[in-house]
Design a protein around this ligand. Structure first.
Ligand code: GRF
Length: 213
């Protein structure tokens, strides 16, 4: 079983969902540490309920922060990293330490609406469908190879809150599935950015409810 770290900046619902999935035996990898770039992240308290070690690292000096994060990851023998609402841009220092081993979840159908306020911008743009994307993290923000996506319709009466809530439900579905695919070595990168998924490498139990997106 691979060990992984979860990096957060805020409320941590994706993080909690992963911890819950792990508790239920639905995860093929083991979350071993939660890191936040701020002690104020409500997700830290949520994590403590699951008795997982948590660390808040000041991100004022990026290089120092990333070195500290790497050190903590080494201490916990972290093999890959999940960014679950982590709002800092990682530099090559961290990225090169975990090449193609960092997974992010983003609340839009990338490559549309990368960066901040993705739900608001999708709504203001007038799209009929939005959704969420899991992808490997590369140097360009929200531009790394796409792993899974889920489609969410946009209703005329939607507000940022209602749409974000519906997208979040799908995030909670595709992020654990992505972690399982990664852990089962079922993701292979071809031609630089195309991710090939070998669904049959996922043990049958974990495939249950795994609809191909
Ligand atoms: C999610 O919408 C995620 O896609 C984005 O930040 C939000 C984090 O939510 N990157 P939570 O902290 O997991 O509840």
């Amino acid at each position: 079983m691979k060990n992984f770290a979860i990096l957060i900046s805020g409320r941590g619902s994706n993080m909690e969902n992963l911890l819950r999935c792990y508790q239920r035996g639905e995860l093929l990898a083991r979350p071993v540490v939660v890191l936040s770039n701020t002690p104020k992240a409500p997700g830290l308290e949520r994590a403590e309920r699951y008795s997982i070690p948590t660390y808040a690292i000041s991100w004022k000096n990026r290089e120092r922060a990333e070195s500290a994060a790497i050190e903590i990851c080494q201490k916990f023998q972290v093999q890959f990293v999940v960014l679950a609402g982590f709002m800092k841009i990682l530099t090559p220092l961290f990225l090169e330490h975990f090449p193609h081993k960092i997974i992010n979840i983003h609340p839009s159908l990338l490559p549309a609406f990368p960066g901040k306020d993705a739900v608001k911008r999708a709504l203001e743009y007038g799209v009929r469908f939005s959704g969420c994307t899991t992808h490997f993290v590369s140097a360009e923000v929200d531009r790394g190879p796409i792993i899974l996506q889920a489609l969410v319709p946009v209703w005329e009466e939607d507000t940022v809150e209602t749409l974000a809530r519906r997208i979040l439900r799908q995030e909670h579905r595709i992020l654990p599935k992505t972690v399982n695919l990664y852990s089962a070595d079922a993701l292979e990168l071809c031609h630089g950015r195309i991710v090939r998924i070998f669904w049959d490498r996922l043990p049958v139990f974990y495939r249950k409810g795994c609809r191909r997106p």
